[in-house]
Design a protein. Structure first.
Length: 403
């Protein structure tokens, strides 16, 4: 949530607008995903940062749901308690403690045996972003029209691709994409990936998500949607599109946007994806004015964070709004066709305002025709959100994908 009570703006990165959603999807009977968002007051932010997390549980019956719940309840809580440690050490230890807790719970009863969960955490500190990661949920950063995947998928496909030094697209199709190689809970110890520290700039947007999103929505569409929409709109639109694509899994997204400072454009401040190594990475002007005016307390400087950790970013996707607008146009055309298709679950539904949908779609198409793809994306996304909101709140089939 955007913090409107903050009046001191020495550090524009203190303000973060965020939205988080966890959705059942179209095919599952229970939601084994969980999310956590902990934004904090200025003094706490200076030492421990804002905290965001996505967990995707696995296991029979309610085991996966319990595993992800234990993860999102315990990792951020433990992290905040470990203030005597540096943020990287506290973050790693918090994940290890959660793994131990989930493992012990898994050993306590046969129905919980082997339960586990992914764990992707993002901490936004004054000087940098830190990530702790286990599993195949993901953390992305959008900056200057480029989407970067900051985490490595602990999946069989990605591990095989890395071992053979080939793109994961080249891994044989017979290899299942949903097999993960690392998670919290199944074993007493787990290897936790730390990534970063990445510099944080005004205007940066971060996305944490489960594979219920990335399994059905392409990165080429995720990036432009994040670029064109605010966090609340982006989160809702991404979940809606995943459901329109069949929603075969639970879908969880957290979108966080660092408050934009008109005085500094991220595209004019050096490399888009550089990692911080030490306090010397800060410009001389930033260090001078930071010393002269201060920020009211100690900062978690990059020299305190160590690193660099990991090898990210692992993937780069340049945004192409025109192509994304074309994808959105096709999706809305399919939706429009369902109104007259007698075999579709939406045919003859009097509780859906199709007139509003068609008017919004016409607005989007007009923007597309006049070479304004970003405006078109915004309009198409609004059409989809409004239609899906009506479908969710009115009676009708709910056991299969809309499309």
């Amino acid at each position: 949530m955007f913090d409107s009570d903050v009046t001191t703006i020495n550090d524009p990165t203190f303000k973060v607008a965020q939205a988080a959603l966890s959705d059942l999807g179209m095919r599952r009977s229970n939601n084994q995903d969980a999310v956590a968002v902990h934004t904090c007051e200025r003094a706490q932010w200076q030492t421990m940062g804002h905290f965001f997390m996505v967990a995707d549980g696995m296991g029979a019956h309610a085991a996966g749901e319990l595993a992800s719940k234990l993860a999102v309840e315990n990792v951020p809580h433990t992290y905040q308690k470990l203030r005597s440690l540096t943020p990287p050490a506290a973050l790693r230890q918090a994940v290890h403690k959660a793994n131990k807790l989930i493992y012990e719970k898994g050993q306590s009863a046969p129905e919980f045996n082997g339960m586990g969960t992914t764990c992707s955490c993002l901490v936004l500190l004054p000087s940098a972003a830190l990530i702790a990661h286990v599993g195949d949920s993901r953390v992305y950063r959008l900056r200057c029209g480029e989407l970067e995947q900051l985490t490595f998928d602990h999946s069989l496909v990605w591990e095989m691709a890395a071992a053979s030094d080939t793109p994961d697209e080249n891994v044989p199709a017979c290899i299942p994409k949903n097999v993960i190689t690392r998670s919290l809970g199944p074993h007493p110890m787990v290897n936790v990936d730390l990534e970063g520290p990445y510099d944080v700039r005004p205007g940066d947007k971060f996305l944490l998500c489960s594979d219920g999103l990335t399994g059905v929505v392409a990165n080429d569409l995720i990036g432009p949607l994040m670029e064109c929409l605010n966090p609340e709109e982006a989160a809702a639109t991404l979940v809606d599109i995943a459901n329109l694509r069949g929603g075969p899994d639970n879908i969880s997204v957290v979108v966080a946007e660092v408050a934009h400072d008109q005085r500094a454009s991220c595209c004019e401040n050096g490399q888009a994806n550089g990692k911080l190594n030490s306090a010397s990475d800060r410009s001389w002007a930033e260090r001078l004015f930071g010393w002269m005016f201060g920020s009211g307390g100690p900062r978690a400087g990059s020299h305190e964070l160590g690193g660099p950790y990991g090898n990210g970013p692992y993937r780069h996707y340049e945004n192409h709004p025109a192509a994304a607008a074309g994808d959105m146009a096709g999706l809305c055309a399919e939706l429009a066709a369902l109104e007259a298709d007698h075999d579709s679950p939406l045919a003859g539904r009097k509780d859906i305002d199709w007139q509003a949908f068609h008017e919004g779609r016409a607005t989007a198409e007009a923007a597309n025709e006049t070479k304004k793809p970003k405006q078109a994306i915004v309009a198409y996304a609004e059409c989809i959100r409004q239609l899906m909101a009506q479908i969710r709140t009115s009676p009708g089939p709910s056991d299969s994908g809309v499309l």
